[in-house]
Design a protein around this ligand. Structure first.
Ligand code: FES
Length: 165
């Protein structure tokens, strides 16, 4: 096993072991790993199975049921556009269109250069600030299509060495 494989496994184990709630489940462990690592590599499935006493098949069954889990690494930047009811009423469609045009994506997914991953979210828990989007885990509220475009343009002009790994 290479040192980067071992480092990944350590991050996964740490994420599983650091869950603050008293009841740890397969689902909570998968969520903890995805939060920490950004996706669920095969090692995550094995480690969650080992930690919870479930079978690897059972863990896969849970992971594959929820569309929010991803099984490939995300792009360098992740943008989540909320299209929940409140955001929808306050202009989410125009925000989403602006983001899709800026990224050249027809819907959710990753740009071919792996710089951006676009996701839709049914509520970011910030309805009072609708329409909202999340960019690299930072919430932007009352956003306009123009602001969304500018946010993405700013990142496009960031040299790769200035970006987080
Ligand atoms: S519906 Fe968009 S933040 Fe709640």
């Amino acid at each position: 096993m290479s040192s980067s494989d071992e480092a990944l496994r350590q991050r996964i184990r740490q994420a599983i072991a650091s869950q603050p709630q008293p009841t740890v489940t397969v689902l909570s462990s998968l969520l903890a790993v995805q939060d920490a690592v950004g996706w669920l590599p095969p090692e995550a499935i094995e480690e969650v199975a080992r930690h919870t006493g479930a079978t690897v098949n059972d863990v896969w069954a849970v992971a594959s049921f929820y569309t929010n889990f991803r099984f490939t690494p995300p792009g360098i930047h992740t943008i989540e556009v909320c299209w929940g009811p409140t955001c929808h009423l306050l202009g989410a469609q125009a925000i989403l269109r602006a983001v899709q045009e800026a990224l050249g994506l027809p819907g959710e997914g990753d740009t071919p250069d792996k710089r951006f991953s676009l996701k839709l979210n049914t509520c970011l828990g910030a309805c009072a600030q609708a329409p909202a989007l999340l960019l690299d885990h930072h919430l932007y509220g009352r956003v306009t299509p123009e602001q969304a475009r500018r946010l993405l343009q700013g990142l496009n002009h960031t040299a790769p060495h200035q970006e987080a790994p």
